[in-house]
Design a binder for this molecule. Structure first.
Ligand SMILES: Nc1ncnc2c1ncn2[C@@H]1O[C@H](COP(=O)(O)OP(=O)(O)O)[C@@H](O)[C@H]1O
Ligand SMILES: CC(C)(COP(=O)(O)O)[C@@H](O)C(=O)NCCC(=O)O
Length: 331
């Protein structure tokens, strides 16, 4: 069974030139991957994992042990070597006042695939390594244009598509972070109001690691007609992760989450989706299916999945959000 998944995936992800004959990834079935945790201690408790997981994500301590301890060990090795290189370069160039810059990890994947849970678990685990006590997490939804702008530009049905983000603000944010600037402001988003929060920012002050999570973080931009070279979000990344699953599974997770939100968040009269808490189950299912098919699935096909081969590491999930295979870039 594992072998079948492995073989299928090996040809599923082509190399950078679209070649399906060999893959730039090395594929590890979850149980093999789990061995790389070596003697890394489990520093999270079952209660903490429960607090960190998103609605509908059944991740437990066993999954943290199986997948995330090895991953945090690998990432922390990357962070430590980049810190060592930074110190050596500083000595080599006799630079005494060079500001340390955060190590930036990007997390990409479809809506409802579970990016937030992965990001929060990694944040907690990485902050317990001595080399990176300060880890921050920023999500790209804060960089969406406000609903008023999306409505004016007829983009409400394109929320999450590249044109719905203020990409300039996003690049300015990452550029300030990577320049080692103090107190960089990150805009915030509310799933309750389904809108960016006006004049509400988080302050990011030179963390050791910044995790930057969102559906769009591995997208490249088309070159403008004037031939100017434009940066892309991933230019600021030191490491990137794509969370992957079969489309049918993500579809089910989206719809299940929508139906559970009807029992929880949508009951709040301030929720943008409050009206969906009171309609019949059949009507609500139709709305969820429609949102999935007309917005999120289209976005997955057109803009998210094509970025998967750009990731350094791919976590492939199966049923119940359990990770079955880890693909790590060899080159
Ligand atoms: N309409 C909503 N109301 C409240 N919370 C939501 C809503 N939609 C998504 N969320 C929450 O927002 C977070 C991000 O969701 P999403 O962007 O789909 O990414 P992912 O599922 O990959 O983390 C998740 O924790 C999810 O539970
Ligand atoms: C806000 C989102 C685009 C996710 O954005 P991200 O945090 O990945 O930048 C997504 O949750 C969303 O609202 N999609 C639009 C269709 C829907 O309501 O599901």
């Amino acid at each position: 069974m594992i072998q079948a998944v492995r073989d299928k995936n090996q040809t599923d992800i082509p190399d950078d030139f679209g070649n399906h004959d060999y893959s730039p990834y090395r594929f590890f079935p979850a149980d093999e991957w789990a061995r790389f945790r070596a003697d890394t201690p489990l520093t999270l408790t079952a209660d903490e994992v429960q607090r960190l997981r998103s609605l509908g994500d059944p991740i437990d301590l066993n999954e943290v042990r199986r997948i995330y301890l090895s991953l945090s060990r690998l990432l922390s090795a990357h962070v430590e070597s980049s810190q060592m290189l930074f110190e050596q370069r500083k000595r080599f160039l006799s630079l005494s006042d060079e500001a340390k810059t955060p190590y930036v990890i990007g997390i990409a994947g479809s809506v409802a695939v579970g990016k937030s849970t992965t990001a929060r678990i990694l944040m907690e685990l990485l902050s317990r390594w001595p080399s990176s006590p300060k880890v921050d997490l920023v999500t790209t939804d804060g960089f969406l244009y406000p609903n008023a702008v999306l409505q004016r530009e007829n983009l409400m049905e394109r929320k999450g598509f590249p044109e719905s983000y203020d990409i300039g603000a996003l690049l300015r944010f990452l550029s300030a972070i990577k320049a080692g600037k103090k107190d960089v402001k990150a805009p915030t988003y509310s799933h309750l109001t389904y809108d960016v929060l006006p004049n509400t920012f988080r302050t990011i002050d030179r963390p050791d690691i910044l995790i930057f999570e969102g559906i769009n973080v591995l997208q490249s931009r088309n070159l403008p007609a004037d031939g100017k070279i434009v940066p892309m979000v991933s230019d600021f990344f030191d490491f990137s992760i794509y969370i992957d699953a079969e489309e049918t599974l993500i579809h089910a997770w989206y719809v299940e989450r929508f139906m559970r939100l009807r029992e929880t968040a949508f009951r709040n009269p301030d929720s943008y989706f409050h009206r969906y808490a009171t309609i019949s189950e059949k009507e609500a299912l139709a709305i969820a299916e429609n949102l999935w098919r007309n917005i999120n699935l289209k976005n997955l096909h057109q803009n998210i999945l094509p970025t998967r081969p750009r990731a350094d590491l791919i976590l492939q999930k199966g049923r119940n959000h359990l990770i079955e295979t880890v693909a790590l870039r060899k080159l």
